[in-house]
Design a protein around this ligand. Structure first.
Ligand code: PLP
Length: 407
């Protein structure tokens, strides 16, 4: 099998500088193309000033760079109203914003919050703790034996007192791609909000926010070629307008009286303090790179690698690949090798310059239900090719040979 990379390694300085590296941890964070590094450097060389605050031209240029980035990232995500894209530090902050600002104002004792067994801790703990704080019920939708959301169970759990259904677009731990439309329909039928953790969706799948149906969608820039420390929350305008602010300070106010304050318009109401302009500009360059590749091709490329890796692993005794069949998974292959601890396995792979993730993948409730403490996870992106899969599978086979007696 020869699956060529979709994007040349030479575009990515870190990969170009380390030809032996097999980087298979893009679900954790992606490598950055030169164009992203150039955009960040260019911003500091030509436009840096505090945006929104100065009457001088340079501050205007910084404001334009920041707004321009918002416009292009909103367009990429299919949101026609860019002012409903709130920049945050990333998915974690976006979900905490929702749970803290919207949740505290709207979820009361006796209400119900529903999450799923697939969730990353970032889309689990804020809701669990909100429920504990206000005395709401906290329910977890279980999975089918294939590792997919059990829609019948979701239907039962989403009762008329349910205020929110929080779910991921794609599981970071086992790759399940969730049926967003079905979940939204169940949530909305009960009058609940449908909130989507898109950390593993936006980098890999066309999001199309306006037609997706969810009330809010959270994402992280560093998982989609952008820098760390920038991401966002896109939400329906009325949801954001009706919600109290999350953090207080500069930029998010309209008028500050001695005893009362009014809020600025969107998006500023939710962006207190000096914003991360370099992050926004860098992420806009990352998004431009993905747009040039085409998101349909990105998804097809990852699917081909996942399919190939799953087939290759099937020939190694004792390797178990978790999650749904490859055609219903994102760019993730999560596996166990019998009694070899994933941490040991990942260290042995590292000795062959193969970087994979090992652990619970910030999804302990999921690991418990799968009956494992941890898995080893390879995740693919645009710069990977089938030789990365061959290297991984070959190295895992050698580890198995080494431990064969013990196994
Ligand atoms: N949700 C999912 C599904 C993730 O994969 C991650 C990161 O791995 C997060 C949330 C948290 O993202 P961040 O650490 O960028 O805030």
């Amino acid at each position: 099998m020869n699956i060529k990379a979709l994007a040349p390694r030479s575009d990515f300085p870190l990969l170009a500088g380390d030809p032996a590296l097999r980087y298979l941890d893009s679900a954790a964070t992606t490598q950055k193309p030169q164009s992203v590094l150039d955009a960040i450097g260019g911003y500091y060389k030509r436009e840096n000033a505090n945006p929104h605050r100065g009457a001088y031209a340079l501050s205007g240029a910084a404001t334009e760079a920041y707004q321009g980035a918002r416009d292009s990232i909103a367009r990429f995500l299919g949101a026609s109203d860019p002012d409903t894209l709130i920049f945050t530090r990333g998915t974690t902050e976006s979900l905490n914003l929702l749970a803290a600002a919207w949740g505290r104002a709207n979820v009361k004792k006796g209400d119900r919050i529903v999450v799923t067994r697939l969730e990353h801790h970032a889309n689990f703990v804020p809701w669990q703790q909100l429920a504990v704080a206000v005395g709401a019920e906290f329910k977890i939708c279980e999975l089918t034996s294939a590792g997919e959301i059990d829609l019948a169970n979701l239907n039962e759990l989403v009762t008329p007192n349910t205020k929110v259904v929080a779910f991921g677009h794609v599981s970071n731990a086992i790759g399940t791609v969730n049926p967003v439309a079905d979940i939204v329909a169940i949530a909305h039928r009960a009058g609940a909000l449908a909130l989507c953790d898109g950390a593993q969706g936006a980098p890999h799948i066309t999001v199309g926010f306006d037609s997706l149906g969810v009330d809010a969608y959270a994402f992280s820039g560093h998982k989609m070629l952008g820098p760390m420390g920038i991401g966002g929350l896109i939400a329906k305008r009325d949801l954001l307008e009706d919600m109290p602010p999350y953090q207080m300070g500069g930029d998010m106010i309209a008028l500050v009286g001695d005893n009362a304050t009014t809020w600025n318009v969107l998006p500023h109401k939710f962006e207190a303090g000096t914003p991360n302009v370099e992050g926004a500009v860098g992420l806009a360059a990352g998004v431009a790179y993905l747009e040039a590749l085409g998101m349909d091709r990105v998804y097809a490329h990852e699917s081909a690698l996942v399919q190939y890796a799953t087939e290759q692993f099937a020939s190694i005794e004792d390797v178990v690949v978790l999650g749904p069949p490859p055609e219903r998974r994102g760019g993730v292959v999560s596996f166990t090798l019998r009694d070899v601890h994933p941490h040991d396995l990942s260290q042995l792979l590292d000795a062959e310059h193969i970087a994979v993730r090992a652990g619970h993948h910030c999804a302990q409730p999921l690991m418990r239900s799968l009956g494992v403490n941890a898995t080893t996870r390879a995740s693919f992106y645009v710069y990977n090719d089938s030789s990365d899969v061959d290297a991984l599978v070959g190295a895992v086979a050698r580890v198995r040979e080494r431990f064969a007696v013990a196994l």
